[in-house]
Ligand binder design. Sequence first.
Ligand SMILES: Nc1ncnc2c1ncn2[C@@H]1O[C@H](COP(=O)(O)OP(=O)(O)OP(=O)(O)O)[C@@H](O)[C@H]1O
Ligand SMILES: [Mg+2]
Length: 439
Amino acid sequence: MSPRTSSWRTLLTGCWAAEPAAAAGDEINNNSSSWSSSSAAEPFSPEDLSLTLAGSNLHAFTIAELKAVTRNFTMTNIIGSGGFGPVYKGYIDGGLRPGLKPQHVAVKSLDLDGLQGHREWLAEVMFLGQLRHPHLVKLIGYCCEDEHRMLVYEFMPRVSLENHLFKRLLASLPWETRLKIAVGAAKGLAFLHEAEKPVIYRDFKASNILLDSDYTAKLSDFGLAKDGPQGDKSHVTTRVMGTHGYAAPEYILTGHLTAKSDVYSFGVVLLELLAGRRCVDKARPGRQKNLVDWARPYLNNADKLSRVMDPNLDGLFSAKGAQKAAAVAYKCLSHNPKSRPSMSAVVESLEPLLSLKDVPAGPFVYVAPAEEEERKEMEAERAEKNQQQHNRDQRHKQRFPNSVIHSEVTLHRDGNSLYRNSNFGKPLRQKSQNQERGA
Ligand SMILES: Nc1ncnc2c1ncn2[C@@H]1O[C@H](COP(=O)(O)OP(=O)(O)OP(=O)(O)O)[C@@H](O)[C@H]1O
Ligand SMILES: [Mg+2]
């Protein structure tokens, strides 16, 4: 990890007003995308940014370069979408930049009508630009041109843990793979918590755990990350942000953020890995809607743990390993943050479970190569995106019946104003500045 200098900290905190202290009743997002509010303040130029990040090895891409990388941001290249905006698969060929090897990349583009904004983009660039670890996704570069804010990451062929655990298109993850993912993600969090300047991640959830071709887990999305408490402070006070179901109860109540808030979220994901269920599932009956509330009493009860375990595992897991992992989840989910273990203690408890040999042998299961799984996923995502685009086009047609532009993300320049088809008629610069709110 390269040392984080005071200059980037200054830039990070200087870019917007400080986050206000939590107010009782601050909301946390109820859908699966993280929520936060963003500031429009932008008292720095792209040149300031590239000077600040000079030692970070990040590439400052132009829009023209990223158009070439993503085949003009074509919808068929969309691999996902979250609170920040759409994510495109792209390919950097050898001729794009000296020193940049040919590779697949994921390009995340800020949706100017979306929930997040410049603040999250900058936090991502600043944190991931400075932190390097085998369990953090690698940020290759960024784009900051006009209103556009983009992030260019290494491409993770098996996409996210959420896809594998909850989308039934894919074969169920075997026990050993689930453990490997849990250990990898725990190491990523432990690294952040124990960095020279500790970082609280604040958005640990299945969709933010990306998977490499061999299921190495890597944390992505540092838009909500926060520097840990300094000196003798026990916590940082922030506005409550995060994702419903994953955020620690005391953080929701008080806004007091500590590394133990991340440990709680880790407990939620570990439980999701054991149970193969989403932490919040409104389709389930009664108490089962909230996985943590429902499963907690079974986690430290060996006789009842089978009620929690994912039926898709077909019993093919180490009984001892499952009990120990459930005990770790139980501790992480403790109501009292002080009773939760540190992330390095979690790693110490979980890693030895990888070598337990009492997993019953099951029938041969063909695991489709990443490319094939990815293709299926992309087809499903594409169908969904096409539908969304169609709906947007319909709304646009109603608003601007005389407009000839009704498809794809197309940029139009009119004098000094830049327009996108989905908000044709409104300059993007004005739009983004009005929309982003101080946080
Ligand atoms: N580096 C990457 N490689 C491959 N796929 C990626 C990469 N980054 C993101 N994705 C895909 O894009 C999807 C959307 O990611 P994004 O982080 O924008 O949203 P999210 O995690 O679903 O929600 P949130 O906005 O709350 O973080 C991910 O779930 C994943 O499927
Ligand atoms: Mg994410």
